[in-house]
Design a protein around this ligand. Structure first.
Ligand code: ZN
Length: 282
Protein backbone atom coordinates (compact mmCIF):
# COMPACT_ATOMS: atom_id res chain seq x y z
CA UNK A 1 0.00 0.00 0.00
CA UNK A 2 1.19 3.44 -0.87
CA UNK A 3 2.25 5.63 2.02
CA UNK A 4 0.56 9.00 2.09
CA UNK A 5 3.09 11.69 1.19
CA UNK A 6 3.30 14.71 3.46
CA UNK A 7 0.98 17.44 2.21
CA UNK A 8 2.81 20.52 0.99
CA UNK A 9 3.13 23.45 3.35
CA UNK A 10 0.51 25.91 2.30
CA UNK A 11 0.65 29.70 2.45
CA UNK A 12 -2.79 31.31 2.69
CA UNK A 13 -3.28 34.36 0.46
CA UNK A 14 -6.98 35.20 0.27
CA UNK A 15 -8.49 36.13 -3.10
CA UNK A 16 -11.86 37.91 -3.13
CA UNK A 17 -12.73 36.22 -6.43
CA UNK A 18 -15.07 33.36 -5.49
CA UNK A 19 -18.71 32.51 -4.86
CA UNK A 20 -20.92 29.63 -3.71
CA UNK A 21 -20.82 26.35 -5.64
CA UNK A 22 -24.03 25.95 -7.63
CA UNK A 23 -26.03 22.75 -7.85
CA UNK A 24 -23.34 20.66 -6.22
CA UNK A 25 -22.18 20.58 -2.62
CA UNK A 26 -18.67 19.29 -3.09
CA UNK A 27 -16.04 19.41 -5.79
CA UNK A 28 -15.81 16.27 -7.94
CA UNK A 29 -13.09 17.21 -10.39
CA UNK A 30 -9.68 18.89 -10.42
CA UNK A 31 -8.46 21.17 -13.21
CA UNK A 32 -4.77 21.78 -13.85
CA UNK A 33 -3.62 25.02 -15.50
CA UNK A 34 -0.46 26.91 -16.22
CA UNK A 35 -0.41 30.64 -15.51
CA UNK A 36 1.11 31.85 -18.81
CA UNK A 37 2.61 34.78 -16.90
CA UNK A 38 6.25 35.74 -16.49
CA UNK A 39 6.39 35.10 -12.74
CA UNK A 40 4.48 33.43 -9.94
CA UNK A 41 4.37 36.76 -8.08
CA UNK A 42 2.55 38.49 -10.94
CA UNK A 43 0.16 35.56 -11.28
CA UNK A 44 -0.58 35.65 -7.56
CA UNK A 45 -1.30 39.37 -7.73
CA UNK A 46 -3.68 38.89 -10.66
CA UNK A 47 -5.47 35.94 -9.07
CA UNK A 48 -6.13 38.08 -5.99
CA UNK A 49 -7.10 41.28 -7.83
CA UNK A 50 -10.87 41.91 -7.67
CA UNK A 51 -10.74 43.78 -10.99
CA UNK A 52 -9.28 40.73 -12.76
CA UNK A 53 -12.27 38.53 -11.79
CA UNK A 54 -10.15 35.39 -11.97
CA UNK A 55 -8.90 33.05 -9.29
CA UNK A 56 -7.96 29.48 -8.53
CA UNK A 57 -7.91 27.49 -5.33
CA UNK A 58 -4.15 26.92 -5.51
CA UNK A 59 -1.03 28.25 -7.16
CA UNK A 60 2.22 26.29 -7.11
CA UNK A 61 5.39 28.20 -7.96
CA UNK A 62 8.47 26.76 -9.67
CA UNK A 63 10.13 25.94 -6.33
CA UNK A 64 7.10 24.02 -5.05
CA UNK A 65 5.81 26.93 -2.94
CA UNK A 66 2.07 26.33 -2.60
CA UNK A 67 -0.49 29.10 -2.09
CA UNK A 68 -4.18 28.73 -1.29
CA UNK A 69 -6.29 31.66 -2.47
CA UNK A 70 -9.82 30.23 -2.27
CA UNK A 71 -11.32 27.72 0.18
CA UNK A 72 -12.07 24.34 -1.40
CA UNK A 73 -15.67 24.79 -0.26
CA UNK A 74 -16.08 27.80 -2.55
CA UNK A 75 -16.36 28.22 -6.31
CA UNK A 76 -13.21 29.79 -7.77
CA UNK A 77 -13.16 31.39 -11.21
CA UNK A 78 -10.60 29.51 -13.27
CA UNK A 79 -12.37 27.49 -15.96
CA UNK A 80 -14.32 30.15 -17.91
CA UNK A 81 -16.59 28.72 -20.61
CA UNK A 82 -15.99 25.01 -20.19
CA UNK A 83 -17.75 21.64 -20.19
CA UNK A 84 -17.03 18.02 -19.35
CA UNK A 85 -19.65 15.37 -20.08
CA UNK A 86 -22.95 16.75 -18.81
CA UNK A 87 -21.25 19.35 -16.57
CA UNK A 88 -21.37 22.87 -17.99
CA UNK A 89 -20.58 24.80 -14.81
CA UNK A 90 -17.10 23.40 -14.43
CA UNK A 91 -16.14 25.98 -11.78
CA UNK A 92 -18.88 24.74 -9.45
CA UNK A 93 -17.67 21.16 -9.81
CA UNK A 94 -13.94 21.65 -9.61
CA UNK A 95 -10.83 22.58 -7.68
CA UNK A 96 -8.47 24.73 -9.78
CA UNK A 97 -4.70 24.40 -9.51
CA UNK A 98 -2.46 26.88 -11.34
CA UNK A 99 1.17 25.96 -12.04
CA UNK A 100 3.44 28.95 -12.48
CA UNK A 101 4.86 28.69 -16.01
CA UNK A 102 5.52 31.49 -18.50
CA UNK A 103 3.90 29.46 -21.28
CA UNK A 104 4.46 29.06 -25.03
CA UNK A 105 5.78 32.56 -25.68
CA UNK A 106 8.66 31.74 -23.34
CA UNK A 107 9.13 28.36 -25.02
CA UNK A 108 6.98 26.51 -22.46
CA UNK A 109 9.82 25.58 -20.08
CA UNK A 110 9.49 22.13 -18.49
CA UNK A 111 7.77 22.00 -15.10
CA UNK A 112 10.52 21.72 -12.44
CA UNK A 113 10.72 18.63 -10.26
CA UNK A 114 9.98 20.62 -7.07
CA UNK A 115 6.79 21.99 -8.62
CA UNK A 116 5.60 18.56 -9.78
CA UNK A 117 6.43 17.02 -6.41
CA UNK A 118 4.34 19.68 -4.64
CA UNK A 119 1.53 19.10 -7.16
CA UNK A 120 1.50 15.36 -6.48
CA UNK A 121 1.41 15.90 -2.72
CA UNK A 122 -1.40 18.44 -3.08
CA UNK A 123 -3.36 16.10 -5.37
CA UNK A 124 -2.99 13.31 -2.85
CA UNK A 125 -4.49 15.46 -0.09
CA UNK A 126 -7.28 17.01 -2.18
CA UNK A 127 -8.34 13.73 -3.83
CA UNK A 128 -8.43 11.99 -0.46
CA UNK A 129 -10.54 14.78 1.03
CA UNK A 130 -13.19 14.70 -1.70
CA UNK A 131 -12.81 11.17 -3.11
CA UNK A 132 -12.04 12.48 -6.58
CA UNK A 133 -11.19 9.63 -8.98
CA UNK A 134 -8.11 9.82 -11.26
CA UNK A 135 -10.32 10.11 -14.36
CA UNK A 136 -11.59 13.45 -13.06
CA UNK A 137 -8.18 15.07 -12.78
CA UNK A 138 -8.14 17.06 -16.03
CA UNK A 139 -6.35 19.83 -17.87
CA UNK A 140 -7.96 23.13 -18.79
CA UNK A 141 -7.50 22.10 -22.44
CA UNK A 142 -9.67 19.01 -21.83
CA UNK A 143 -12.69 21.06 -20.76
CA UNK A 144 -12.25 24.11 -23.02
CA UNK A 145 -11.37 22.47 -26.35
CA UNK A 146 -10.27 25.01 -28.95
CA UNK A 147 -10.17 27.82 -26.41
CA UNK A 148 -7.43 26.78 -23.98
CA UNK A 149 -4.19 24.84 -24.43
CA UNK A 150 -2.93 24.67 -20.85
CA UNK A 151 -1.29 22.83 -19.15
CA UNK A 152 0.20 21.98 -22.57
CA UNK A 153 2.10 19.12 -24.16
CA UNK A 154 4.99 19.32 -21.66
CA UNK A 155 2.73 18.48 -18.74
CA UNK A 156 3.62 14.94 -17.57
CA UNK A 157 0.23 13.19 -17.50
CA UNK A 158 1.96 9.82 -17.68
CA UNK A 159 3.90 10.58 -14.50
CA UNK A 160 0.73 11.74 -12.74
CA UNK A 161 -1.02 8.53 -13.77
CA UNK A 162 1.88 6.46 -12.43
CA UNK A 163 1.34 8.17 -9.08
CA UNK A 164 -2.36 7.31 -9.30
CA UNK A 165 -3.59 10.86 -9.89
CA UNK A 166 -4.69 10.72 -13.56
CA UNK A 167 -5.52 8.28 -16.35
CA UNK A 168 -3.15 7.29 -19.15
CA UNK A 169 -3.11 4.74 -21.93
CA UNK A 170 -0.07 2.83 -23.20
CA UNK A 171 -1.98 1.53 -26.22
CA UNK A 172 -0.04 1.43 -29.50
CA UNK A 173 -1.35 1.45 -33.07
CA UNK A 174 -2.95 -1.88 -33.96
CA UNK A 175 -1.06 -4.01 -36.47
CA UNK A 176 -2.26 -4.41 -39.14
CA UNK A 177 -3.76 -0.91 -39.29
CA UNK A 178 -7.56 -0.85 -39.06
CA UNK A 179 -9.63 -0.44 -42.19
CA UNK A 180 -11.15 2.79 -40.90
CA UNK A 181 -9.07 5.99 -40.82
CA UNK A 182 -8.12 6.99 -37.25
CA UNK A 183 -10.44 10.01 -37.23
CA UNK A 184 -13.61 8.00 -37.82
CA UNK A 185 -14.37 6.93 -34.26
CA UNK A 186 -12.20 9.47 -32.44
CA UNK A 187 -15.02 11.96 -31.93
CA UNK A 188 -17.41 9.32 -30.63
CA UNK A 189 -14.88 7.91 -28.19
CA UNK A 190 -13.85 11.38 -27.01
CA UNK A 191 -17.49 12.26 -26.34
CA UNK A 192 -17.88 9.10 -24.27
CA UNK A 193 -14.81 10.03 -22.26
CA UNK A 194 -16.24 13.49 -21.53
CA UNK A 195 -14.85 15.82 -24.22
CA UNK A 196 -17.13 18.39 -25.82
CA UNK A 197 -16.36 20.34 -28.91
CA UNK A 198 -17.90 22.15 -31.86
CA UNK A 199 -19.02 19.74 -34.61
CA UNK A 200 -17.23 21.55 -37.38
CA UNK A 201 -14.05 20.86 -39.30
CA UNK A 202 -12.16 23.41 -37.18
CA UNK A 203 -13.78 22.13 -34.00
CA UNK A 204 -12.67 18.59 -34.77
CA UNK A 205 -9.10 19.78 -35.41
CA UNK A 206 -9.20 21.45 -31.99
CA UNK A 207 -10.40 18.20 -30.44
CA UNK A 208 -7.57 16.23 -32.05
CA UNK A 209 -5.04 18.69 -30.64
CA UNK A 210 -6.57 18.46 -27.14
CA UNK A 211 -6.47 14.67 -27.26
CA UNK A 212 -2.86 14.68 -28.49
CA UNK A 213 -1.69 17.00 -25.69
CA UNK A 214 -3.32 14.66 -23.23
CA UNK A 215 -2.66 11.12 -24.51
CA UNK A 216 0.07 11.38 -27.18
CA UNK A 217 2.00 14.60 -26.48
CA UNK A 218 4.78 13.59 -28.89
CA UNK A 219 2.19 13.77 -31.70
CA UNK A 220 0.91 17.26 -30.87
CA UNK A 221 0.23 19.14 -34.11
CA UNK A 222 0.48 16.04 -36.33
CA UNK A 223 -2.52 14.43 -38.05
CA UNK A 224 -4.59 12.06 -35.90
CA UNK A 225 -2.90 8.64 -35.69
CA UNK A 226 -4.15 5.11 -35.10
CA UNK A 227 -2.11 5.16 -31.89
CA UNK A 228 -4.02 8.21 -30.61
CA UNK A 229 -7.33 6.62 -31.62
CA UNK A 230 -6.40 3.40 -29.79
CA UNK A 231 -5.53 5.31 -26.64
CA UNK A 232 -8.70 7.39 -26.60
CA UNK A 233 -10.80 4.28 -27.30
CA UNK A 234 -9.15 2.41 -24.43
CA UNK A 235 -9.69 5.30 -22.01
CA UNK A 236 -13.32 5.80 -23.10
CA UNK A 237 -13.98 2.11 -22.55
CA UNK A 238 -12.49 2.14 -19.07
CA UNK A 239 -13.61 5.59 -17.91
CA UNK A 240 -16.88 6.62 -19.59
CA UNK A 241 -17.84 10.00 -18.16
CA UNK A 242 -21.40 9.04 -17.21
CA UNK A 243 -20.08 6.71 -14.51
CA UNK A 244 -18.68 9.62 -12.59
CA UNK A 245 -21.68 11.87 -13.09
CA UNK A 246 -24.54 10.32 -11.21
CA UNK A 247 -24.38 12.85 -8.40
CA UNK A 248 -24.04 15.83 -10.68
CA UNK A 249 -26.67 18.20 -11.88
CA UNK A 250 -27.37 17.77 -15.56
CA UNK A 251 -28.12 20.61 -17.96
CA UNK A 252 -29.65 19.37 -21.23
CA UNK A 253 -28.05 20.60 -24.45
CA UNK A 254 -29.55 23.48 -26.40
CA UNK A 255 -32.47 22.97 -28.81
CA UNK A 256 -30.26 22.34 -31.82
CA UNK A 257 -28.38 19.63 -29.96
CA UNK A 258 -25.40 20.34 -32.16
CA UNK A 259 -23.36 22.89 -30.30
CA UNK A 260 -21.36 21.11 -27.66
CA UNK A 261 -20.29 24.06 -25.54
CA UNK A 262 -22.73 26.66 -24.36
CA UNK A 263 -21.95 30.03 -22.85
CA UNK A 264 -22.60 30.48 -19.12
CA UNK A 265 -25.77 32.25 -18.19
CA UNK A 266 -24.93 35.79 -17.10
CA UNK A 267 -26.43 37.50 -14.10
CA UNK A 268 -26.45 34.59 -11.69
CA UNK A 269 -25.68 35.22 -8.02
CA UNK A 270 -22.19 35.90 -6.69
CA UNK A 271 -21.73 38.84 -8.96
CA UNK A 272 -21.27 37.04 -11.89
CA UNK A 273 -20.57 35.29 -14.85
CA UNK A 274 -17.25 33.68 -15.61
CA UNK A 275 -15.27 36.06 -17.70
CA UNK A 276 -14.28 34.63 -21.02
CA UNK A 277 -10.66 34.99 -20.15
CA UNK A 278 -8.40 33.82 -17.43
CA UNK A 279 -4.75 33.92 -16.62
CA UNK A 280 -3.81 32.06 -19.75
CA UNK A 281 -5.71 34.28 -22.14
CA UNK A 282 -4.58 33.48 -25.66
ZN1 ZN B 1 -6.16 27.61 -17.61
Amino acid sequence: MRRAPAPPEIVEIASPNHGPRRGVAAPNMILIHYTNMSSAALALARLCNPAAEVSAHYLIDETGGTFRMVSEMRRAWHAGVAAWGPVEDVNSHSIGIELANPGPEAGLPPFPEAQLDALERLLFAVRLRWAIPPARVLGHSDVAVGRKIDPGEKFPWQRLARAGHAIWSQAEAPDPAPFLPPETLLGVHALKLGYRWQETEAGFADLVRALQMRFAPDETGAPASHRLAARVAEMAGRFPVADGERRSSYAPPGPSGRVHVSAPRPGEEDGGFDPDFDLDTE
